[in-house]
Design a protein around this ligand. Structure first.
Ligand code: C5P
Length: 221
């Protein structure tokens, strides 16, 4: 067994995409596989944590010893995270949350002959889950976010660290086909107030164990 660096700690992790209904048969979502979040949940549980994994719609098995909460929409994910965060030492936001949702969810299937063909979708902004938890004055866990970027990776990630008041952000370049969405591999840089630490490219499962060690060092010194 790996070192029990999260022994006695309660850890909440989000994973996968969120999905926003347009009507009873359609939705907006993204290509997140949930692999990184599930790998982190596995690694955290192996390191002794009591893990709550809040998962969007993904086709992945629940890791051993992990309590899983399945959600669909961003608002549902936020509600589940708010509940879990009330009794939590560490929150890792690995979900690829839909930034917008349809302003109205049609109760019947939207028809082509409605006459508004070029202007069917009105969107509203979703809440930022990780920023909501990081803004807490009480019951605030150590908060770790992810930043998937296609350019100026460290610059954009460092901006998010600040704006969202995170304790740490894990940045990756999703324009690299060898890492990011759907891949089994990833290459990330850990950024916090002390600076940047690039980690070597690795399998997401191996990387998750490394990240858990690094996060635990900073969260529970
Ligand atoms: O701003 P951006 O979406 O790139 O930020 C990514 C980080 O913020 C990830 O940790 C993601 O899980 C989190 N996030 C969130 N709620 C949102 C959008 C992003 O928790 N609505």
């Amino acid at each position: 067994a790996p070192a029990q660096v999260l022994q006695g700690k309660k850890v909440t992790i989000t994973a996968g995409p969120t999905r926003e209904a347009l009507d009873p048969v359609r939705y907006l979502s993204n290509h997140s596989s949930g692999k990184m979040g599930f790998a982190l949940a596995t690694a955290a549980a192996r390191a002794g944590a009591e893990v709550t994994l809040i998962a969007g719609p993904v086709r992945l098995a629940t890791p051993a010893g992990v309590a899983r909460v399945d959600v669909i929409s961003t608002n549902d994910m936020l509600a589940a995270v708010e509940r879990a965060a009330d009794d939590c030492d560490l929150f890792i936001a690995a979900a690829a949350v839909a930034d917008f949702r349809p302003a109205v969810v049609a109760s019947q299937k939207i028809k082509k002959q409605d006459g508004n063909d070029s202007d069917v979708l009105r969107l509203v902004k979703n809440p930022d889950i990780v920023a909501t938890i990081a803004a807490r004055q009480v019951k605030r866990p150590f908060v770790v976010g992810f930043a998937a970027e296609t350019e100026k990776v460290s610059e954009h990630a460092a901006g998010k660290l600040q704006r969202k008041n995170l304790d740490m952000i894990i940045a990756n370049d999703v324009s690299d086909p060898q890492s990011g969405f759907n891949s089994d591999h990833n290459q990330v840089t850990i950024i916090d107030k002390n600076g940047e630490l690039p980690l070597p490219a690795a399998l997401k499962t191996e990387l998750a164990a490394e990240l858990v060690t690094r996060i635990a060092e900073r969260a529970f010194p």
